[in-house]
Ligand binder design. Structure first.
Ligand code: FAD
Ligand code: NAI
Length: 505
């Protein structure tokens, strides 16, 4: 009985403590304190982008030492790993967005957030030109800003290889708007198939969905569409759901080349069970209004009727990145993106750091890499500030050493202070960026995920429902704010209980 009483007491205390901590954290997030103002004496770091790289930098950088300005056409951070879940309505868009101002408002010094698209970087005069590219513009919608340091983190756009019809007719899975467009189109295909008098051939066309690209994006999108079909559409469109077909097209011999062979096999067999057709060694040649043109493994060309094409064909550099590279034609020669050194400094330029998908490095263009690079740069800035301070101190000490009138004792203590400062300066080391791979994870539908996790000097491959739970908890904990974690957990619960919403806006 004493033990039970103790257990009851401990439970109550931990519950009250938990609720108290929750209230404290949420209220601290809602009501940020006062911030230091812009300081003209400090150097200005201009950050282009509000994605993985930029947000990780912003989260970590010590703003007591710098003025920070963030410029991005999106005034929020988007948690891309959960974007395919938004495309089928498992999660609502707001749950995976975090306004950049929330983060900026919690920094020690006020960070300026500008919703604008950078259109040009002038690396000689250290100036960025940017403009308001939104619907509503004020009298002022185009201007420039000078930087001491530029952090270039604009990400990449979707690679279409100039294949006819892709840009105009396919949907993508890169931005929030893409997920919303895909959801709308998919629901439109189903409602159009349900239109009275629709003939069988047209129903089959409308309900054939093509996903192009067997990389993780294409795989996750296919898995999510399959879940929507199994969990919800079968109940609400019983006469049509069985006729929905998902085909995944991949030009290479296998899907997911970055995963180990056994996980590729597992994904392929799960897709087979889920009736998702995988067409490997098949190349998309054109996307038309009502069909997709495929070059089959035997090189024959087939025009297959379909209702919708989701394009997940990989990354390509943005125009602003290509323009910036063109300013350094002899060093910026990699078409994949900006070449940086091992301290993430853009080759050829001064005071420009580049991180994430806009760069071409030995690492895959992933959130993991971009966020580690952002955090690394924050540490670099801290070291640079420390170094600058010591250099200033040393200059002042050395200057005071040359002023006349100091006695021998003062001279000796000055000398020793100069030596100590020099030693401290020598100890400020800015180490190169080192990437630590935490593993690769992907959701493949049917409450299953795959994971390649580094272990000792090797790798552990894991797949299935337990891995799916791991996938969920890993991403839940990676979300940047408690607010987003709460929203995502709540969406998962609501979807489990009530299913996904079918209405089309
Ligand atoms: P982004 O996150 O794309 O950010 C670029 C930022 O720059 C954006 O805020 C954009 O608005 C802004 N910008 C664009 N143009 C301009 C301009 N002209 N001026 C100023 N700002 C500009 N990686 C993983 O590691 N794990 C995953 O599970 C995973 N899942 C993914 C799922 C999907 C559907 C997608 C599309 C990608 C996924 N990735 C994943 C990859 C990951 O999202 C990217 O590698 C990551 O976003 C790269 O970060 P970044 O900061 O370089 O670019
Ligand atoms: P990707 O580059 O990984 O895959 C694109 C695929 O499309 C390639 O396999 C390519 O062969 C294929 N393709 C291109 N053109 C084609 C055509 N005409 N016909 C047929 N197939 C064609 O691109 P993805 O999946 O968008 O990923 C981009 C980056 O984001 C990668 O680095 C990836 O690792 C990362 N990512 C990671 C995720 C995860 O870890 N779960 C999820 C999504 C993306």
């Amino acid at each position: 009985r004493t033990f039970l009483r103790f257990l009851g007491g401990a439970t109550v205390i931990s519950l009250v403590g938990g609720v108290g901590a929750f209230i404290y954290v949420t209220q601290r997030e809602r009501h940020p304190g006062s911030q230091l103002a812009y300081d003209p004496e400090k150097k200005t770091v201009v950050v282009l982008g509000s994605g993985w790289g930029a947000t990780s930098l912003l989260k970590t950088i010590d703003t007591t030492e710098y003025n920070v300005v963030v410029i991005s056409p999106k005034n929020y951070f988007l948690f891309t790993p959960l974007l395919p879940s938004v495309a089928v309505g498992t999660l609502s868009p707001k749950s995976i967005m975090q306004p950049t101002r929330y983060l900026a408002r919690h920094k020690t010094r006020a960070v300026t957030v500008i919703e604008a698209e950078a259109t040009e970087v002038d690396p000689v005069n250290k100036v960025v030109t940017f403009e308001d590219d939104t619907e509503i513009k004020g009298n002022m919608s185009h201007t420039t800003i000078s930087y001491d340091y530029l952090v270039y983190a604009v990400g990449a756009e979707v690679q279409t290889f100039g294949i006819p019809g892709v840009q105009e007719k396919a949907c993508f899975m890169k931005e929030l708007n893409d997920a919303e467009v895909m959801q709308r189109r998919f629901k439109d295909c189903i409602e159009s198939a349900a239109f009275p008098g629709q003939d069988d051939t047209e129903i089959d066309r409308l309900l054939h969905i093509f996903v192009v690209g067997g990389g993780p994006t294409g795989i996750e999108v296919s898995g999510e569409i399959h879940d929507f079909l199994e969990d919800d559409l079968k109940a609400w469109y019983p006469e049509l759901a069985g006729r929905i077909r998902i085909s995944l097209v991949e030009a290479l011999p296998s899907v997911l080349p970055m995963f180990s062979k056994q996980l590729i096999d597992y994904t392929e067999s799960t897709f087979k069970e889920s009736k998702i057709d995988i067409l490997t060694k098949t190349m998309v040649k054109e996307v038309k209004d009502k069909s997709i043109t495929l070059q089959m493994p035997d090189k024959s060309i087939q025009d297959v009727p379909c209702g919708m094409v989701v394009w997940a064909g990989g990354n390509k550099g943005r125009k602003i990145t290509q323009d910036l590279m063109a300013k350094f034609p002899s060093v910026q020669t990699n078409r994949r993106g900006l070449i940086v050194d091992d301290h993430l400094r853009m080759a050829g330029a001064n005071d420009i750091f580049a991180i994430g998908d806009c760069t071409s490095t030995a690492y895959a263009p992933t959130a993991q890499v971009a966020s580690q690079q952002g955090a690394y740069l924050a540490r670099v800035f801290a070291q640079m500030a420390k170094k600058n301070k010591l250099e200033d101190k040393l200059t002042k000490l050395e200057q005071s050493g040359t002023t006349a009138g100091a006695d021998a004792v003062e001279q000796s203590s000055l000398k020793s202070e100069i030596e100590t400062t020099k030693k401290s300066l020598a100890n400020v080391k800015i180490r190169p960026f080192h990437y630590s791979h935490q593993g690769s994870l992907a959701y493949i539908g049917s409450d299953k995920a795959i994971a390649d996790l580094p272990f000792a000097n090797g790798n552990i491959a894991s797949a299935g429902v337990a891995t799916f739970l791991f996938w969920r908890s890993a991403y839940l904990s990676t979300l940047f704010s408690l607010r987003n974690r709460t929203l995502v957990a709540n969406d998962w619960l609501i979807t489990k209980i009530f299913g996904r919403d079918l209405s089309r806006d």
